[in-house]
Design a protein around this ligand. Structure first.
Ligand code: PLP
Length: 399
């Protein structure tokens, strides 16, 4: 009885959050594999490359030297400097490592701390649809009011500008961006970002920009949202080593933001995780600065570019009416358009898994605009990407 009453008082915000479809698919795939079925896994957003061995060596050395205790919550100065220099080098934006950078437990934690630092309950948060589900889930957990801004395929997965204007209310506080995007790989032009930042300035909005895929692009280099003149003071940059350095399991990233925001985020970090493990911080500082490692990441980017080309070539060869391929500009996903099948993306993914043995993520996991699409990663071997994509098209053509 008491338990029932307790349960009634449990935080009901979580009822608004659906279990991640990516995780559900992963569980299903594991079960199928355990039963001996051969599955091509094109569902996870995790590089198929090993972390560069030299990075491991730095971590081992740091551990052996005794860096296995608490470390600085803000992050070691050398790592903050490395992160600031990387942003200056890659994006041309100057950051003060002492006051404008915080080391976090991956990009997801940088996003969490960013949102926690600026959001008040009931604030409207504008988030494009489709987008990575954590962007809206986190805002909901923090009692924000999420408003999805359609980013239709017909407009290259970028919202029509007037959609932002139409969504504006007196409660609007935050715009969340993620370019190159997970799941679409799209990113807008510099001119579009300039206009959006001018809109944010006019209406006094924060811009939280998740740029974890910022260095994975195949066309003209994307512009950072903080790199627009006058935008740095209202922009919170989320970044991490996970995707670009094949370091997803290390859980290390950074938040670059105005000092007042960093002070809030530091308090939130101190009171939740204390610090990122010191030996991991040392390995991250090395990864961000060592010239040979930058070359390794360039090679990974070249491999993704080759696989992207492979899919485009096969798609050209097969000329499928059922599977439309929109070339991603960045990140390591294809957001395949199977709307011609007039079937829900969940059903499509379940059936492709059961009947063709390929693991994918349903587009609807990223928002209403993703319905009819499926996300296929190219962070897998060339052979798996080729075989998996051919199987998807074969399966769809039989429908
Ligand atoms: C857009 C986006 N941001 C952040 C993350 C999380 O990255 P990290 O491993 O650095 O927490 C992901 C992971 O899939 C992502 O797709």
């Amino acid at each position: 009885m008491i338990e029932e009453q307790l349960m009634q008082s449990i935080n009901s915000q979580f009822d608004l959050i659906r279990q991640s479809a990516t995780i559900e698919m992963a569980d299903r795939i594991l079960a199928l594999k355990a039963s001996g079925k051969n599955i091509i896994g094109l569902q996870v957003g995790d590089p198929d490359f090993a972390t560069p061995p030299a990075v491991l060596d730095v971590a081992f050395k740091a551990m052996r030297s005794g860096l296995t205790h608490y470390g600085p919550s803000r992050g070691y100065a050398d790592l903050r400097t490395a992160a600031a220099s990387k942003l200056t080098r890659a994006e041309g934006i100057p950051y003060d490592p002492a006051s404008e950078i915080l080391i976090t437990h991956g990009g997801i934690h940088a996003y969490y701390l960013a949102m926690q630092s600026i959001l008040n309950p009931g604030d409207d948060v504008l988030i494009p649809d489709p987008s990575w589900s954590t962007h809206s889930n986190m805002a909901i957990m923090l009692r924000g009011n999420v408003i999805r801004i359609p980013a239709p395929a017909e407009n290259g997965f970028i919202p029509f500008f007037d959609s932002w204007e139409k969504a504006l209310t007196p409660k609007t506080r935050v715009i969340v961006l993620n370019y190159p995007s997970n799941p679409t790989g799209a990113y807008p032009t510099r001119e579009y970002l300039q206009k959006l930042q001018a809109f944010a300035a006019k209406h006094n909005l924060w811009v939280v920009s998740d740029e974890v895929y910022g260095s994975l692009y195949y066309e003209e280099k994307p512009t950072s949202a903080a790199g627009i003149a006058g935008a740095k003071e209202r922009t919170l940059l989320v970044n991490s080593l996970s995707k670009s350095y094949a370091m997803t399991g290390w859980r290390v990233g950074y938040l670059a933001a105005p000092p007042r925001v960093i002070e809030n985020a530091l308090k939130a970090g101190q009171n939740s995780i204390t610090c990122v493990a010191p030996f991991i911080q040392k390995a991250a500082a090395f990864a961000l600065t060592d010239p040979a490692i930058q070359q390794v990441t360039e090679n990974m980017r070249a491999a993704y570019a080759r696989r992207r080309e492979l899919v485009l070539q096969i798609s050209h060869e097969l000329e499928s009416e059922k599977v439309k391929v929109i070339p991603p500009q960045g990140a390591f996903y294809f957001f395949l358009d199977l709307r011609a099948l007039k079937t829900s993306s969940i059903e499509i993914c379940e059936r492709i898994l059961d009947e063709a043995g390929v693991g994918l993520v349903p587009g609807s996991a990223f928002g209403e605009q993703g319905e009819g699409f499926i996300r296929m990663t190219i962070a897998a071997s060339d052979q798996d990407v080729e075989a998996g994509f051919r199987k998807i098209v074969e399966w769809a053509e039989k429908k």
